[in-house]
Design a protein around this ligand. Structure first.
Ligand code: SF4
Ligand code: SF4
Length: 84
């Protein structure tokens, strides 16, 4: 499925509490907080529940059309996480 949403975790804000992993209905976040944005349905629960406002979800402009189901774009994990 083509990626419709961009999901970014700001590693400078994230404390790795795992709430987003638990709350995401689509399994976008892996346990080590890698992001598979191709699965995201844009519900924005992660933004809402992240206590540190570390997640940002945005629609990917110009890619709203359904069509190809090839590939899965990986999201980005920005910055570093304290303790790593
Ligand atoms: S909910 Fe926020 S702070 Fe917690 S692991 Fe996810 S991105 Fe990091
Ligand atoms: S917007 Fe919804 S589906 Fe997308 S990563 Fe956040 S919780 Fe998961």
């Amino acid at each position: 499925m083509k990626r419709k949403f961009d999901v970014r975790v700001n590693g400078n804000l994230c404390k790795k509490c795992g709430i987003c992993v638990f709350i995401c209905p689509k399994g976008v976040f892996s346990d080590d907080l890698r992001v598979d944005a191709g699965k995201c349905n844009g519900c924005r629960r992660c933004e809402l529940y992240c206590p540190d406002f570390a997640v940002v979800v945005e629609g990917v402009r110009g890619e709203r059309n359904e069509g190809s189901d090839e590939g899965s774009d990986e999201g980005r994990y920005e910055g570093t996480v304290a303790g790593e």
